[in-house]
Design a protein around this ligand. Structure first.
Ligand code: B3K
Ligand code: ZN
Length: 881
């Protein structure tokens, strides 16, 4: 497969203004008729019309009513087309029931569903399947009425009725021109929760959430989240809903979380259904965020879309930023907002930082790809959202909102680039730090790698000055790389814990307690005057830029920040740095980890602090993830990291045993389940406490807490507490774990999303004596396991291979062998999901021996298979480069 380069972009020779599609839906052979108004693009030289088409059978091609010849060349259809506008009609068939890749038109649970982003439309019919070709669609669906009573497509329903032979039809028209990747069709036996809403402008809208019969009672949270998203987007960005009807449909077989098709969002049921009995607080939170994310795409993605797929972060980074802002506003209190930010950063560090340092490293706006589906990455999404956040940090909320307004004023209805977005932000704020440094700022889009920032302070007691010297380097950025514009939000904390007023030589902001330093050179110094005592710098508050910071602070200084920093994020950061230093010391020295009294006392103080929220405590007491620890090391021994982390948990469990018991009892939530940030925070801390109590009991051979946890697995009234107790038993390898797992499986065997959790927990359990690996091998044979359902495949394999390094990396290479076999097996069914699993080896080259050689061997063996998909081939090839 060819490598596609960003700089090769060319506008198409033809545009397609309108599409009239007729689909005669049949699982074995669906017939598609597509009538297109084709317009000559005079800016390009005349040539053949070359359409994309994949796994299709062409029947007939007509231009202005006359049959014409065509030539198929792999996945391209060449048509000798005239040098003018014309009408093109194409008839073809496809086979939805054989479409296990779940891209294009496929069947799931007896219904028809589509997924067209990025390049699925070409698996339905021949088309210029590229995002800059925007057309107005009219869609006629015909299908058996009894089997598929609901027929949906984008836009508005204009006609429906019965046909002969037990069939019926529905005709849909979407008035908004859209790229083919936003096209969608659903034909299935579904029921809907409906809600009519009137927006500010006085317009009435119909909101619908379609699911299978029996799931209707799990759609209330999604509907509430949708309404909240609408209200929020109107209030914050003055962006209203532009459609009479907005539909969400749930489907069990889906390659990702959800898809923002115009007016017809299609959701993985795992990102849609919520009930206290079967979903956890984290699920409720995730559903709210994904419903909002897809809704927000209606403006950032659909009204203004991407010129080409290299611009993917234009819509994804921006929309993640928007859903994060929404979630923070929904969370409410400053502390709950900080917890959201902490979770974002934890996720960034465990998923995106390794990606940016590994074999798949790419910039937020990549320069080349082979398979675009491989670039729906943490970098494009999460780092992309961080970059959008940088605009807001530089411009302020108001300035950012003005930039958004100008972006829509200029580009509504267009397919544009990341440069267009940056330009709108700068032009709306001509006097800003952004406008004067736009080229430097845009290196965030072009340079891969996580910048490494060091900070060193010098206090001059005689002169009462404090000089902070910041440096940056980014070894991954490649040749010709230049410094990036890094906003460092910061404050100074005095010895007694109070915030010191900031007087920055040469700057006006006199006496403020917080400021944003702009690091734009390789090295820069900032001198604060009238500093009466040695301060502790609190840097990168709120994680103001996605960098790795070496702050050079001592333990004592970090303890000061943990206790006193005005910035809650940096209090959490201090806890993580205290833990990280100890874990790294143990890993690097090869000595067993011994947590000191000072650290344990600090953790106890956090746990017992009456001023801190439970949700914050749960985050501060959680140890850094193995993947983040690994990123600090030049050579990675996954087993050494695993041992250090396990030892740290053991010691936290035992040293704070009374405190955990207090925390568990003190944070029980009374009354009915509510998915609020406050209640969820209490449950999170109670679950953490229970996990450590059961862990401690297993070491002390004490039956009380395991017994309590087992009882909670049986009696809990919500999934958060039930699954928390189950996790506590399984993670501690407690004697009752197997019985609890069996009980849980029996109770929820009928609920696929809960069975996914059951697989997930066992695949993610911290390894002990190879038991987890043995269990995963056995689970591959479990009657409930299948590679065909992406949720199920991910719940066992991605959880084990990509997210459980201590169990996956084995000296006998067993994990790698399992990985190679399963990637190959999955690849034959679903290349997109297989490619995700293939990424488990991203960081193989930094592994210590014997892991490194064994991993390379497994990669080589996989790469030698002749039948790999482009998706997996690209990942494996890059890994071996
Ligand atoms: N835009 C889709 C992702 C499509 C992935 C294609 N492989 C969902 C989202 O980001 O909202
Ligand atoms: Zn998105």
């Amino acid at each position: 497969a060819p490598v596609i380069h960003r700089l090769d972009y060319q506008a198409p020779t033809y545009w397609i203004a309108t599409v009239d599609l007729t689909l005669d839906l049949d699982p074995a052979k669906t017939l598609i008729t597509s009538k297109m108004a084709v317009k000559r693009n005079a800016t390009q030289a005349h040539g053949a019309l070359v359409l994309h088409g994949e796994e299709l059978t062409p029947l007939r091609v007509m231009i202005d009513g006359e049959p014409v010849s065509f030539r198929q060349d792999g996945n391209l259809l060449h048509i000798d087309a005239p040098d003018r506008d014309f009408e093109l009609v194409i008839r073809n068939t496809c086979c939805p029931e054989k479409n296990t890749a779940l891209s294009g038109l496929y069947t799931s649970g007896g219904g028809f569903f589509t997924q067209c982003e990025a390049e699925g439309f070409r698996r339905i019919t021949y088309f210029l399947d590229r995002p800059d070709v925007m057309a107005v669609y009219t869609v006629l669906l015909r299908a058996d009425k009894a089997k598929y009573p609901i027929l949906l497509s984008n836009g508005n329903l204009v006609e429906q009725g019965d046909l002969d032979g037990g069939k019926h039809f529905a005709k849909w028209h979407d008035p908004f021109p859209k790229p083919s990747y936003l096209f969608a069709v659903v034909a299935a036996d579904l029921v809907a929760r409906e809600q009519r809403v009137v927006t500010r402008s006085g317009k009435e809208h119909l909101l619908q959430v379609y699911v299978r019969r029996g799931d209707l009672d799990k759609t209330e949270h999604a509907m509430n989240s949708l309404i909240a998203s609408m209200i929020w987007d109107e209030a914050r960005f003055k962006l209203p809903l532009d459609l009479e009807r907005f539909m969400i449909v749930g489907v069990s077989d889906f390659n990702m979380g959800a898809m923002e098709n115009k007016g017809l969002n299609i959701f993985n049921t795992s990102a849609l259904l919520c009930s206290p009995a079967t979903q956890t607080d984290a699920d409720f939170q995730r559903v709210e965020a994904i419903v909002a994310h897809e809704y927000f795409h209606n403006w950032t993605g659909n009204r203004v879309t991407c010129r080409d797929w290299f611009q993917l972060s234009l819509k994804e980074g921006l929309t993640v930023f928007r859903d994060r802002e929404f979630s923070m506003d929904m969370a409410g209190s400053p502390s709950a907002r900080a917890v959201q930010r902490i979770q974002q950063v934890r996720n960034l560090r465990t998923m995106q930082f390794p990606e940016d340092a590994g074999t798949m490293a790419h910039s937020v706006r990549p320069d080349s790809y082979t398979e675009i589906n491989n670039f729906y990455t943490a970098t494009v999404y999460e780092k992309g959202a961080e970059v959008v956040g940088l605009y807001q940090t530089l411009l302020g909320r108001e300035g950012f909102a003005q930039g958004m307004a100008l972006y829509f004023e200029r580009h509504d209805g267009q397919a544009v680039t990341c440069d267009d977005f940056a330009q709108a932000m700068a032009d709306a704020n001509p006097d800003s730090a952004l406008a004067s440094r736009l080229d430097a700022f845009k290196r965030w889009y072009s340079q891969p790698g996580t910048p490494q920032v060091t900070a060193r302070g010098h206090y001059d007691a005689a002169a009462q000055t404090y000089t902070l010297t910041l440096t940056q380097r980014n070894p991954k950025a490649g040749e010709g790389a230049a410094p990036q514009l890094i906003p460092v939000r910061m404050g100074l904390v005095g010895a007694e814990g109070h915030a010191l007023p900031l007087n920055l030589a040469g700057q006006a902001s006199v006496g403020a307690l917080e400021t944003v330093l702009l690091l734009e050179q390789a090295e820069q110094s900032f001198t604060f005057t009238e500093v009466s005592s040695q301060p502790v710098p609190s840097l990168l508050r709120g994680f103001s830029a996605p960098v790795l910071l070496d702050d050079g602070l001592t333990d004592a200084e970090r303890l000061t920040l943990l206790r006193h920093d005005a910035d809650a994020f940096n209090r959490w950061e201090a806890s993580q740095r205290l833990a990280l230093r100890r874990l790294l010391d143990a890993v690097q020295s090869g000595q067993a980890l011994e947590l000191d009294i000072g650290f344990l006392d600090a953790m106890r103080a956090v746990l017992r602090d009456p001023q801190l929220d439970p949700a914050f405590k749960a985050e501060a007491l959680r140890l850094p993830e193995a993947a983040y620890i690994a990123e600090q090391l030049p050579v990675v021994d996954p087993q050494a990291i695993h041992n250090a982390v396990e030892a740290a948990w053991d010691q936290l469990a035992l040293a704070l045993r009374d405190d955990w018991a207090w925390a568990f009892e003190a944070h029980q939530v009374e009354g009915g389940y509510r998915p609020t940030a406050e209640d969820a925070g209490r449950r999170a801390l109670a679950n953490l406490a229970l996990a450590l109590l059961v862990r401690g009991s297993a070491m002390l051979a004490d039956p009380v807490w395991p017994g309590k946890a087992y009882q909670q697995v049986k009696d809990a009234t919500n999934m958060t507490e039930r699954f928390g107790a189950l996790s506590a038993l399984v993670q501690a390898h407690a004697g009752l774990a197997d019985a609890a797992l069996t009980h849980f499986h029996e109770q929820f065997a009928h609920d696929a999303l809960v069975v996914d959790k059951w697989f997930m927990l066992q695949a993610r359990t911290a390894e002990r004596d190879g038991k987890v690996f043995e269990r995963v091998k056995k689970l591959l044979q479990h009657p409930d396991f299948t590679l065909k359902n992406p949720n199920r495949a991910r719940s066992l394999l991605v959880q084990f291979c990509n997210l459980n390094p201590g169990a996956f990396h084995r000296t006998d290479a067993g994990g790698y062998v399992l990985w190679a076999d399963q990637v190959a097996a999955l690849d034959a069914i679903n290349p997109q999901v297989a490619a995700r699993l293939a990424r488990a080896m991203d960081r193989w080259s930094t592994l210590a021996e014997p892991f490194r050689s064994a991993a390379q061997e497994a990669l080589k063996r996989l790469s030698e298979r002749p039948t790999l998909s482009n998706d997996v081939r690209e990942i494996v090839t890059k890994a071996l480069e």
